[in-house]
Design a protein around this ligand. Structure first.
Ligand code: MLT
Ligand code: MN
Ligand code: ZN
Length: 276
């Protein structure tokens, strides 16, 4: 299976347009990736290297798609390797990109009933442009992948007026032939027993790297909001749990622009995870 990190930042990206924090300023000096420039969280996955699925549709989706050779259209005039979009939340930084896919001939989106209900206004808008089909998650995806889902969070987006239980999901994608598996969990409020079982035996896990510590946002911008209040387990807390899974490679994605973390376990835009 193939897994490509298209974007590794939380909502706003890095630099965020109106943020002059030290991390954004450093990223602004030059736009080279090594200075920390990040587009917003989205991952492309494929079982066979030909049929691809997006995990979340970020506001940066157009740039992410046109700079990824594997996702280029053809050979048919409007043929695309993109088969479906899997939404793990209804947050705007994971869903606005759907509006940028309105040129599609048809669009398949997998989401929980909770997320689907919240997105009713966006679904209505999209329906005027393309044939959009919101469906529940299914255990098999085209291209040889199997899928498991776990509800990990109950945080409703600020704009949402609907109710439900399954606001935030983690996904486990497995290559039906090689058995390799990838877990996506970039919005993880807590490391529960259930989540521990969910990641057990996975080859690669993309974890919640929004904040390094619980008070990072306030310390660096003066704005209110702990990591916990925003539904994000900070890196300092999740790192303690990794030793229990020695055979699994953990990396962090969805970095908020206040988070200066760098190093081999921090995902970067364009990273291909080494999977069989
Ligand atoms: C989150 O990840 O907590 C949300 O995307 C927050 C937001 O964008 O407002
Ligand atoms: Mn987010
Ligand atoms: Zn910033």
């Amino acid at each position: 299976m193939r897994v490509r990190i298209l974007g590794s930042a939380a909502g706003g990206g890095c630099p965020q347009w109106n943020c002059a924090c030290p991390v954004c300023e450093a990223a602004r000096v030059t736009s080279r990736p090594e200075t920390g420039t990040r587009t917003q969280d989205s991952v492309a996955v494929s079982g066979d290297g030909r049929i691809w699925h997006l995990v979340n549709a970020s506001p940066d989706i157009r740039t992410q798609l046109v700079t990824t050779a594997e996702l280029a259209p053809g050979p048919g005039l409007r043929q695309t390797p993109l088969s479906s979009v899997l939404l793990t939340t209804a947050e705007l930084d994971h869903t606005i990109g759907l509006l940028s896919l309105r040129e599609a001939i048809e669009l398949t989106v997998h989401a929980t009933a909770t997320v689907t209900a919240a997105l009713e206004p966006m679904r209505q808008m999209l329906a005027a442009y393309t044939s959009v089909d919101f469906r529940p998650f299914e255990p098999e995806l085209p291209g040889g992948l199997t899928l498991r889902r776990l509800t990990v969070g109950a945080k409703r987006p600020r704009y949402a007026t609907t109710t439900g239980d399954d606001w935030v999901s983690a996904l486990r994608l497995t290559d039906a032939r090689s058995g390799s598996s990838f877990v996506y969990a970039t919005c993880l409020p807590a490391w529960t027993e259930e989540f521990d079982e969910f990641v057990a035996g996975a080859d690669e896990v993309l974890l919640d790297g929004t904040f390094g510590s619980d008070d990072e946002l306030t310390r660096s911008t003066g704005r209110p909001g702990s990591a916990a209040s925003m539904g994000h387990l900070p890196i300092v807390a999740s790192r303690e749990r990794l030793a229990r899974h020695p055979g699994t490679r953990f990396r962090y994605g969805h970095l908020n622009n206040t988070n200066p973390a760098a190093g081999p376990d921090i995902a970067t835009d364009g990273l291909d995870l080494p999977l069989r």
